[in-house]
Write a protein that binds this ligand. Structure first.
Ligand SMILES: Cc1ncc(COP(=O)(O)O)c(C=O)c1O
Length: 360
């Protein structure tokens, strides 16, 4: 045995040791006839202009992309009325969140978030060495904002707020959010995860007022959901120039690809088509909500591209019925089931599952 083998290696991140790698349990079915409504993806093919951009950009994969993704950053800033200095881009909003957390928190610190929530939060917080503090949602699937405030300690560095919330689809109204931010100590960053904001009729993505009023606020966004580019991995954030400058330094070099950058910029120019697609998703969401309600289930009104059924201890049983009907939904055991808005055929299968579920 060599001295290196004999030595007990300690990577010494006890927070990270609490979690498995992200979704390493294999959530995606191998069977091609199963329709997957478990990932909140957009079930529409790329827009023609995006497909064309992908074709062109694919011809230069032998070259590194611009490590600063300046074309994308400049276009995002112009499109949404921010300064390039206030703009951060990265590999998906998950990647940008990681960049932000790395500059905001570290060992001994705490980061708060509502729970159940986006299942990557605990892991991304743990990567920094900080401790994640999950705060239960209210009975109606909303952030318990007074409780979140009450859980702020001298060790709290950041609060992640998700609106519309994954997995319940509930939004935090602007006035309520402002009240919360006014009460939050300015030394605590508020990361507002707006991954699903485009599906929310009440939101205006061009309104960046919050980062001007509250320099501790970060608006986190993605091209994965409404823009339908989940496979390309492009996310972004708007923040104070100070936070943004630091967060740009923690990006994995070259992690925003040239194809991703080009497709994202092309997408920004497709406003009318985006609006049409959002209307389509909202229509399907309303139908799914109504049809589940008509069967006797009680989905929570959603502002995102998914519907939440608060089924508590019956959640796994619903997900099993769904799989038998040929559709994969996401069970949050003990809490509820999240069903992504998909195709009419996928929804037909969900309703078959609902019937079977209710017949027992
Ligand atoms: C609330 C929320 N934030 C962020 C993400 C990460 O998305 P992406 O990294 O594809 O931008 C997701 C993905 O499902 C999500 O649900």
């Amino acid at each position: 045995m060599t001295p290196h083998q004999a030595e007990q290696v300690s990577f010494d991140n006890t927070e990270l040791d609490k979690f498995a790698a992200y979704r390493s349990d294999g959530a995606t079915p191998d069977a091609p006839d199963i329709l997957d409504l478990s990932n909140n993806e957009l079930m529409l093919p790329p827009l023609p202009a995006v497909a064309e951009s992908l074709h062109r950009s694919g011809l230069r994969v032998n070259l590194y992309p611009d490590p600063a993704a300046r074309f994308l950053k400049a276009n995002l800033a112009r499109h949404f009325g921010a300064e390039p200095a206030e703009t951060v881009v990265g590999p998906g909003s998950g990647g940008v969140l990681q960049q932000l957390l790395l500059v905001l928190a570290g060992r001994g610190d705490e980061v708060l978030y509502a729970w159940p929530g986006f299942d990557a939060y605990p892991l991304l917080v743990a990567v920094t060495g900080a401790t994640g503090v999950p705060v239960p949602l209210t009975a109606t699937g909303e952030h318990d904002l007074p409780e979140l405030l009450g859980r702020v300690t001298s060790r709290t560095r950041a609060v992640i707020l998700c609106s519309p919330h994954n997995p319940t689809g509930r939004r935090i109204p602007r006035d309520t959010l402002r009240e919360f931010l006014a009460a939050l100590p300015p030394r605590v960053a508020a990361i507002v995860d707006q991954a699903y904001m485009e599906f929310d009729e009440e939101e205006d993505p061009h309104d960046l007022g919050l980062i001007r009023e509250y320099p501790n606020v970060v608006l986190l966004r993605t091209f994965s959901k409404a823009y339908g580019l989940a496979g390309l991995r492009v996310g972004y954030a708007f923040a104070s120039a100070e936070i943004a400058l630091r967060a740009r330094k923690t990006v994995i070099p070259f992690s925003v690809t040239h194809s991703g950058e080009q497709a994202a910029v092309t997408s920004l120019a497709q406003g009318e088509e985006l609006a049409r697609r959002l209307a389509h998703v909202r229509r399907l969401r309303a139908d799914l909500h109504a049809d589940l309600g008509a069967q006797g289930l009680t989905p929570i009104p959603s502002s995102a591209n998914f519907v939440w059924l608060p089924l508590g201890g019956e959640s796994d049983r619903f997900a099993e019925a769904a799989l038998r009907a040929g559709v994969l939904v996401r069970s949050y055991s003990g809490d509820g089931v999240r069903i992504s808005v998909g195709t009419e055929e996928a929804h037909r299968r969900v309703l078959i599952a609902a019937k079977e579920f209710l017949s027992v």
